[in-house]
Design a protein. Structure first.
Length: 258
């Protein structure tokens, strides 16, 4: 089984990392559209166009199943992306919402994500369909702090308190916190410390990987991983190693504009 994973940058590598952990026998193609990020500031039509081009590239290179690891692309254009390709396609929002619904006894959860994902209310809509009330909070500073490598820095902890203390007051009965951005899993230890153990943390990357593993089976052996990036290969490698937690090799530059 060859699985394609698409993201606007390197954040989706947290999804790939979980896929490799839970489904090590598969081969993976990862496409990071690093030349055209961030997607959050772009229109729905532009996001759909960029994502479809990248996903078609993955399918052309042998992907038999595709995972859209980009929360923004899932929130704004998942149906368009899924309709454009001829292979099964999975996003990160529905698996995360399903896991949160299973975890929450109060049927009230909190969701943290980027501005674009929060403004789309994609998680809120998915959770409401499952009978769960969601309180959403945009946490835009988390992405640059993660990319800076400040995963357990006093500044990051202070920012987390500013975001989450207010969220806890607003969503007092919420007993689960959904990480609605692929950068946020790297902050899980810090967020657990800040939010407290009474609130379960739901990682959409873990949930998505678990769903794919259930769909295709775990298999035997160890597969290969190949990476594509639309901007600097070296920059992708340096940033990506923080997300994968190991050295990254085999990065190929792609120019979709040409």
């Amino acid at each position: 089984m060859k699985i394609g994973v698409f993201d606007s940058g390197v954040g989706g590598l947290t999804v790939l990392r979980e896929l490799v952990r839970q489904l090590p026998s598969a081969d993976y193609l990862y496409f990071g559209d690093t030349a055209r990020l961030p997607y959050g500031s772009k229109s729905k039509g532009t996001v759909a166009k960029y994502a479809i081009g990248a996903v078609e590239y993955l399918v052309d290179h042998g992907a038999e199943r595709v995972v859209i690891a980009c929360n923004t692309a899932c929130a704004l254009a998942f149906s368009e992306i899924a309709a454009a390709v001829k292979v099964p396609t999975t996003g990160v929002i529905e698996p995360g919402a399903h896991r949160a619904a299973e975890e929450s006894r109060s049927k009230a959860v909190a969701v943290i994500a980027t501005e674009g994902t929060v403004n789309s209310h994609a998680y809120r809509s998915a959770l409401e369909r499952l009978g769960v009330r969601a309180t959403e909070k945009a946490c835009p500073l988390f992405v640059p702090l993660v990319e800076e490598g400040w995963l357990d820095h006093p500044v990051t902890e202070e920012v987390a308190h500013i975001y989450l203390d207010g969220l806890r007051r607003e969503a007092r009965d919420a007993d689960a916190l959904v990480l609605g951005c692929t950068h946020y899993p790297l902050l899980k230890p810090l967020l657990t410390r800040v939010i407290g153990e009474s609130m379960a943390i739901v990682d959409s990357a873990e949930s998505t990987a678990a769903e794919i593993a259930q769909l295709v089976g775990t298999g035997e052996g160890k597969g290969n991983v190949h990476f594509f990036a639309t901007d600097s290969v070296e920059k992708f490698r340096r940033a990506g190693e923080k997300f994968m937690g190991r050295p990254i090799d085999g990065v190929e530059h792609v120019d979709l504009e040409s």
